[in-house]
Design a protein. Structure first.
Lengths: 388, 189
């Protein structure tokens, strides 16, 4: 048999060599971490090599001669003890060399652990159209071997096992079932983990698709000022269109933050309205606002649904009243009356619901306004000596 | 006042030489892209196989059933014939390596994508080379026929086989860039 020798400059050179100059046994073994292995390299008699001409490497590192044993004229063995987990998924490279370093044969060792059963299976359905599940591998450390995960599902009381096909859609341990899902009927769902050393099966999770519904974020989120009120913004949105034909009670959450902060404040008690007013804000400040939706109670499901993603942030700024230096510019009468009306409502609520705040009333606000105007007049009084 | 009619000259028709020059430019650009991605592919490949594949002195015996590496260049016809033969074989070989690596390194998504892209680019370059050869009137050899197939004996054998394919892919990409660059300079736009 002839081969072409690479790298020759002027002419093609053919050299006769054995098809396989040596063979290693065992080939591609699979072992548990901590095991021992004795491998043997037998050179082909045509190669004119003997056992004394050989040495071993594992992942490129020469193995000590003390671990070798000459079994016969053409066979050299090596003993490997307490094997560690494989350095790469494709297997550790155990190679038999001739004295000059040439590679005669190789065998890949797969050293690892059997899989543990997958845990924490959670699933959600987007608008009742599909089902996505994710899980955790259940192994605190690595298995060192490629471990395959298969998500399976079947209807609880009848039907055959089905296998999920679309993996890694929501992270490395996830699968997506795009269609043909039954409603009002529980599914049994489980995950099988397998590698060269064995198989492990998760506990079975039972769910009805209607109990794990999520939806798109609310659409058309608008944030706007409330007149000239410096501490308020109005947020409006529309309910997610995909579920508009289904009976469900949506609940919403809002979160907002100032522009230069990463801390979000959450407004939890929005209920099923599609508008909300944020109060107690800083004047003249840019705020980012997001809204999300939970479509609970679909078709009478008793379970709370799953929150959607947050809508894209919408920004708006609270107004800041312009004060011309040296001029007392009290707020317009209309603005005052709106604020005053609101404050009156607020103090009425405080009296009713907040114990220990009975002294607060609209009278206190009126007194403060009078004091404010008096103190502005005093500060802006122009003395005769100031005029030039 | 008399209005005179003017005869406009007809729009220039691209000459065959211009078409050839454009073809060569495109092929040269593709070969440059292919060269960069082939270098990266070989680096990714050896990394995933583990040592000793990534050591500089690694040189396993070349397996049977692969096309020869680039030889010292000759005339234009010889260059094109060499490129045509290599690029007739490389797409299929890269596809086979991809299939093997899907078993050996199923989690190496980037490597698998690189092998698919390499096969696709090699197919594209094969088309360019055929078109240039047709334009120059160079007769190309028939399709490369591999000798009797010797499938790799085991996982290590598969790793070595794939190594040689990726190495040939890189070596031929370098040669393609040189040869097409030379031809592009000979037939400028």
């Amino acid at each position: 048999m002839e081969i072409f020798v690479a790298g020759e400059q002027d002419h093609q050179t053919t050299v006769s060599v054995p098809a396989h100059p040596a063979v290693i046994s065992p080939q591609d073994p699979t072992l548990v971490i901590g095991s021992s292995l004795t491998a043997a390299c037998t050179v082909n008699t045509d190669s004119h090599l003997s056992a004394e001409d050989l040495y071993w490497t594992l992942n490129g590192r020469r193995l000590p001669a003390e671990s070798y044993k000459v079994l016969n004229a053409t066979t050299l063995s090596v003993a490997l003890a307490h094997l560690n987990g494989s350095k790469q998924q494709s297997g550790d490279n155990l190679v038999c060399h001739s004295r000059d370093g040439g590679i005669l044969a190789g065998s890949c060792l797969y050293v690892g652990l059997p899989p543990e059963k997958p845990v924490n299976i959670t699933c959600w359905s987007k608008n009742m159209k599909d089902l996505t599940c994710k899980w955790a591998p259940g192994t605190e450390g690595e298995t060192y071997l490629h471990t395959n995960y298969t998500l399976k599902y079947k209807l609880r009381w009848y039907g055959r096992d089905n296998t999920c096909q679309e993996y890694h859609t929501a992270g490395p341990y996830s699968c997506h079932i795009p269609k043909d899902l039954a409603l009002f009927t529980p599914y049994e769902i489980w995950v099988e983990a397998s590698n060269r050393l064995g198989v492990a099966v998760s506990d079975v999770v039972m769910l009805d698709v209607l109990d794990v519904v999520t939806t798109d974020p609310p659409a058309d989120v608008h944030v706007s000022r409330v007149g000239d009120l410096e501490d308020q913004l109005s947020v409006r949105w529309t309910s997610p269109p995909a579920l508009k034909d289904f009976l469900f009670q949506a609940k919403y959450q809002i979160q907002y933050r100032v522009e230069d902060s990463s801390e979000w404040k959450v407004v939890d008690d929005v209920g099923n309205q599609t508008s909300c007013r944020l109060a107690g804000l800083r004047p003249g400040t840019v705020y980012f606002v997001q809204v999300r939706c939970n479509p609970f109670g679909i078709y009478g499901s008793k379970k709370s649904g799953i929150w959607s993603d947050w809508s894209n942030p919408t920004a708006a700024s609270t107004p800041r009243s312009e004060r011309i230096p040296g001029v007392c510019d009290p707020k317009s009468g209309e603005q005052n009356s709106t604020l005053r009306r609101e404050l009156k409502q607020f103090f009425g609520w405080v009296k009713k619901h907040a114990y220990g705040c009975s002294n607060l009333s609209i009278k206190l606000y009126d007194q403060w306004r009078v004091w404010l105007q008096k103190s502005h007049k005093t500060r802006n009084q122009v003395l005769p000596s100031d005029k030039l | 006042m008399e209005v005179l009619a003017v005869d406009r000259p007809p729009a220039p028709v691209p000459t065959p030489r211009r078409a050839l020059a454009q073809m060569l430019r495109q092929a040269e650009s593709l070969s440059l892209l292919l060269q960069h991605s082939a270098e990266q592919l070989l680096a990714d490949y050896v990394r995933h196989q583990g040592d000793p594949f990534s050591t500089p002195s690694f040189h396993p015996p070349a397996p049977l059933g692969l096309p020869p590496p680039p030889r010292p260049p000759g005339g234009d016809a010889e260059r094109l014939a060499g490129l045509a033969a290599a690029y007739a074989a490389l797409p299929g070989l890269l596809g086979s390596v991809r299939a093997q690596q899907a078993q050996l390194n199923p989690g190496a998504a980037e490597l698998l994508r690189g092998l698919e892209a390499g096969a696709r680019q090699a197919r594209g370059l094969a088309g360019h080379i055929e078109a240039v050869a047709a334009e120059l009137g160079v007769a190309l050899p028939g399709p490369w026929v591999p000798p009797d197939a010797h499938p790799p004996a085991n996982a290590f054998g598969a790793k070595v086989w794939g190594y040689w394919v990726c190495r040939l892919h890189r070596d031929w990409a370098r040669r393609a860039h040189e040869d097409l660059g030379l031809l592009a300079r000979r037939y400028p736009l």
